[in-house]
Design a binder for this molecule. Structure first.
Ligand code: FAD
Ligand code: NAD
Length: 473
């Protein structure tokens, strides 16, 4: 580090999984760092109204599912009694513990924490409006990590507790008897699963022809089968054409091939049709920062914007809107600020949908390969042949490798099954390391574990899987 680098003043706006790791790394490298957020503590959407509360509740849902499943093995539990206040407290305790941890870490790293709303005065200073008025903070470099917020299409934006976005749904005010989930994407399926396990009759309405558009259909199938048991109904290719809030519920008009009654009353509605970047009222017009046609901040491979002193990371800088993508961009941006030859390489960003079963993929998907005409070979290992899956009574899973023809370099991996979210990290490493199928085949995987699926999928490619004979490759 040079002397001038040691004096760098770095301002980070937004303290989510993009912003706080950026602030911490910049401080570690010797910069004088100010981390600004409107919230009283660092953590962002991910900690307060996203990843962490949803996964806390999904764990509870999965426990309830397991308990129900255990009846098949001769262990019968009573129908669970739900103490909603206690469950809410537990979720809030998890969040509180992690928020305190981040606050402590910021102090240890001598990151200055400023609570308030920031906007750019120009390309060298921000103005922060907090409880005690407005403060001017000058910087050499700024990182915008202001995240995103739920999209509320017109007609679904009524201001009523009966119409929820993900934030309201995670508050868990009550367990509605009937819940309509608009959107069969990440949030719709994850939070729909939570409410269904807690006792709501959940109907999912998805505009396109399948759940989780973009994900490979062979991965979706086992999930869709199971969700059909958990949800009251899943209506694909279906539109909400009207939505009216009454005292006794929300009257919803639906149009689609499987809609039996076009007018239906639901106690509550969860709108989960995507998120949009937070770029408004940021003073970006005082700078040369540019937005793309969807409102995301345009950046280069190092996450530098059109304004050389300003970087943008996380949800505000584009898809995929995932916490770990934000954190990785934080590294690229901070290293670039310190003049290091860093870049953000999008080839292997894992995606996980934390449903039951989970779906995870990384690198090239089969859908993308087909759409873009990328040649590939595929090797699939069904979990019906996986010992560990059998011990769990969960044989519906599948592990799939997409390989470059001839070289058999791993281009992508898709997994559906319990624990897929944890299993996908091996795939991310394989893709990052430029591994070939042979490397996976020759890596000893512990037995009996679900991770053997990756090794066996590689063996399937050569017709050598001990537990599965593929009909044709
Ligand atoms: P955010 O986490 O959105 O943080 C932005 C911060 O900026 C906020 O704290 C906000 O207060 C602050 N801010 C905004 N504007 C200003 C301003 N002008 N001045 C000061 N502060 C400002 N991703 C995953 O990878 N895994 C998951 O399991 C997962 N689950 C999710 C579940 C739900 C219900 C939701 C909604 C999202 C989930 N996500 C998940 C997505 C994940 O939360 C986001 O991708 C991630 O939080 C983005 O991080 P970020 O740092 O870009 O911004
Ligand atoms: P999404 O993009 O994942 O899904 C939205 C779904 O709504 C799509 O399937 C889309 O076709 C559908 N849709 C759009 N308009 C509709 C309409 N009018 N009627 C019916 N369906 C409609 O968006 P989301 O579920 O709101 O989640 C937002 C983002 O948050 C995700 O894309 C993801 O980046 C992030 N997230 C990640 C996780 C995770 O990593 N496990 C969990 C939750 C959220």
């Amino acid at each position: 580090m040079t002397e001038s680098q040691a004096e760098l003043r770095v301002v980070v706006i937004g303290a989510g999984p993009g912003g706080y790791p950026a602030a911490f790394l910049a401080a570690h490298k010797g910069a004088k760092v100010t981390l600004i957020d409107e919230a009283p503590e660092p953590g962002g959407v991910c900690l307060f109204r996203g990843c962490i509360p949803s996964k806390t509740l999904l764990h509870v849902a999965s426990l309830m599912g397991e308990a129900e499943h255990a009846a098949e093995w001769g262990i019968r539990y009573e129908k669970p009694e739900i103490e909603l206040d206690k469950l809410r407290d537990w979720k809030n305790k998890v969040i509180g513990r992690m928020a305190r941890g981040l606050t402590g870490l910021a102090k240890q790293r001598k990151v200055r924490w400023v609570q308030g709303r920031a906007r750019f005065g120009d390309a060298q200073h921000v103005l922060v409006k907090g409880k005690n008025g407005e403060e001017r903070i000058d910087f050499d470099f700024a990182i915008v990590a202001t995240g995103s917020r739920p999209t509320r299409p017109r007609g679904m934006d009524a201001d009523s507790p009966r119409i929820m976005d993900s934030t309201a749904a995670l508050e868990l005010a009550d367990i509605p008897e009937t819940l309509l989930v608009v959107g069969g994407g990440y949030i719709g399926l994850e939070l729909g699963s939570v409410y269904a396990r807690l006792g709501s009759k959940v109907t999912v309405v998805e505009l396109t022809t399948g759940l989780l558009p973009g994900a490979d259909r062979d991965l979706i199938e086992p999930l869709a089968r199971r969700l059909k048991e958990q949800f009251a109904s899943i209506l694909l290719n279906t539109k909400v054409t009207g939505l009216e809030v009454f005292d006794r519920g929300v009257n919803v008009q639906l149009v689609g091939p499987d809609v039996s009654a076009p007018d239906r009353l639901f106690e509550k509605v969860l709108v989960a049709v995507g998120r949009r970047p937070n770029t408004e009222n940021l003073g970006l017009e005082q700078t040369r920062v540019e937005l793309d046609d969807r409102g995301f901040i345009r950046t280069d491979i190092q996450r530098r914007t059109g304004e050389p002193s300003i970087f943008a990371i996380g949800d505000v800088a584009g898809e995929p809107m995932l916490a770990h993508k934000a954190t990785h961009e934080a590294r690229a941006a901070v290293e670039a600020i310190f003049g290091e030859p860093s870049a953000f390489d999008q080839r292997a960003i894992p995606a996980v949908v934390f449903t039951d079963p989970e779906i995870a993929w990384c690198g090239l998907t089969e859908t993308e390969a087909l759409n873009r005409g990328i040649p590939f070979e595929v090797a699939k290992f069904p979990w019906s042949a996986l010992g560990r899956a059998t011990t769990l009574g969960r044989n519906e899973g599948l592990t799939k490798l997409l390989l470059q023809p001839m070289t058999h370099r791993v281009l992508g991996v898709g997994i559906v099954g319990v624990g897929a979210g944890d299993l996908i990290s091996e795939a991310a490493l394989a893709i990052e390391m430029g591994a070939v199928a042979d490397d996976l085949k020759h890596t000893i995987h512990p037995h009996p574990t679900l991770s053997e699926g990756i090794m066996e999928a590689a063996e399937v490619l050569y017709g050598q899987s001990p537990h599965y004979v593929a009909r044709s490759r």
